[in-house]
Design a protein around this ligand. Structure first.
Ligand code: CNA
Length: 361
């Protein structure tokens, strides 16, 4: 039985056991000491905001607060499997923007790669679907895509694999793709209401052997991912690097809570570890365009512009289809279909994306 956690922050007058202090410098010292050989990262959307990808829940620049103005049942519906079955267009409009290749890794991604290069990375558990961990050069077998990713694509009904190039074409024009069986196709990202990938469950046992856990850029509000930090042994240091205090990190003796932009915390850690020059080299290879010495984080204005564009695209795709719906209703009227005028628009919308007829053999 696990020990009950107090919700109160740990009494700061009591010294930690493994760390010398509860700060980033002490974390760097612990990594350098040689006692720390297996590091686990648990990351979320906040590590990619500096790349220009909005997170979900930040109050001004998050996707949810922006999608709230659209006519969706709720912002999260874009990633809800039942809603996707009803209307896949908002997701396809978002996928157009988030399709891999458009964004480059951040300093935080490069930092995680440094652990992999040194054989210190036990696993990177990511909730992100942007695959920037791979783009940064972290080996695939060291990443657990806990909520899936854009790396594969299948039919949501018969589970048959779908051709990637074909899906990419559909995503480019915002037109949902259908499998030969008639089912909708989507990238292998896990929607609300879907089971998490087997790799997530199969990798949980690794948490028992970690020497250090670093949580970054997550609101820790999506379960079961949010409970990962609690699975780390009581005696193992845990670090939270986030814009806001989340979860229960800070309630244990060797917990470090650092609040701010994770790239800034990473700079501190990398300099203290003496990894900065190497990171600069890797960075140049990945993002020759921007020097590491210049601030890499996007300004809030740029991120806001990106979010507005995303929201507008979703809105546009909804509007275009609504106009199509009206046109269909009008057409049906002209054909004097008796019930057409009374057709519920939401019903017609569904019909606007009929299931394709299975191909005849
Ligand atoms: P979230 O709920 O949006 O929370 C993000 C957290 O990161 C918040 O606590 C922010 O305060 C914090 N944050 C934002 N920017 C920074 C920064 N620069 N430095 C430090 N902290 C920052 O996102 P979660 O990942 O917790 O939620 C899980 C969802 C989000 C997963 O299912 C993802 O698929 C989904 N998501 C992924 C992406 C992506 O792949 N890049 C983008 C948006 C949403």
């Amino acid at each position: 039985m696990g020990q009950e956690q107090s919700a109160e922050p740990f009494d700061q007058s009591i010294p930690p056991t493994k760390l010398l202090r509860r700060d980033l410098l002490a974390v760097a010292e612990y990594i350098k000491s040689g006692q720390c050989k297996k590091v686990v990262f648990m990351v979320g959307a906040g590590i990619s905001t500096a790349a220009g990808i909005p997170d979900f829940r930040s109050p001004e620049t998050g996707l949810y607060s922006n999608l709230a103005r659209l006519d969706l049942p709720r912002p999260e519906a874009v990633f809800d499997i039942s809603y996707f079955r009803e209307d896949p267009r908002p997701f396809y409009a978002l996928a157009q923007e988030l399709w891999p290749g458009k964004f480059k890794p951040t300093l935080t991604h490069v930092f995680m790669r440094m652990f992999a290069d040194r054989g210190l990375l036990l696993r990177c558990f990511t909730q992100n679907i942007d695959t920037l961990e791979l783009a940064a050069g972290i080996p695939q077998d060291k990443i657990v895509f806990s909520h899936g990713s854009f790396a594969g694509q299948h039919c949501i009904d018969c589970k048959e694999e779908f051709d990637r190039t074909e899906l990419e074409e559909h995503v480019k024009i915002g037109k949902p793709a259908f499998c030969a069986c008639g089912g909708l196709v989507k990238p292998d990202i896990t929607f609300f209401g879907e089971a998490l990938p087997a790799d997530f469950h199969n990798s949980l046992h690794l948490l028992d052997s970690a020497d250090l856990a670093i949580v970054m850029g997550s609101s820790l509000s999506v379960y079961p991912f949010a409970s990962l930090p609690q699975r780390i042994d009581e005696t193992v240091p845990r670090v939270l690097m986030n814009m806001e205090k989340v979860g229960e990190i800070g309630t244990r003796r060797d917990d470090v809570v650092w609040l701010g932009e994770c790239d800034d915390g990473i700079r501190e850690l990398a300099e203290e570890l003496g990894w900065w020059e190497e990171m600069e080299e890797v960075w140049k290879g990945l993002r020759g365009d921007v020097g590491l010495e210049t601030p890499v984080a996007l300004s809030e204005d740029t991120l806001e512009a990106e979010v507005t564009k995303l929201t507008d695209d979703v809105e546009k795709s909804l509007r275009v289809a609504d106009e199509h719906t009206k046109w269909v209703v009008k057409g049906l009227d002209k054909e004097k279909t008796p019930s057409a005028a009374a057709v519920d628009v939401t019903q017609v919308e569904t019909h606007a994306f009929p299931k394709a007829e299975p191909e005849k053999e």
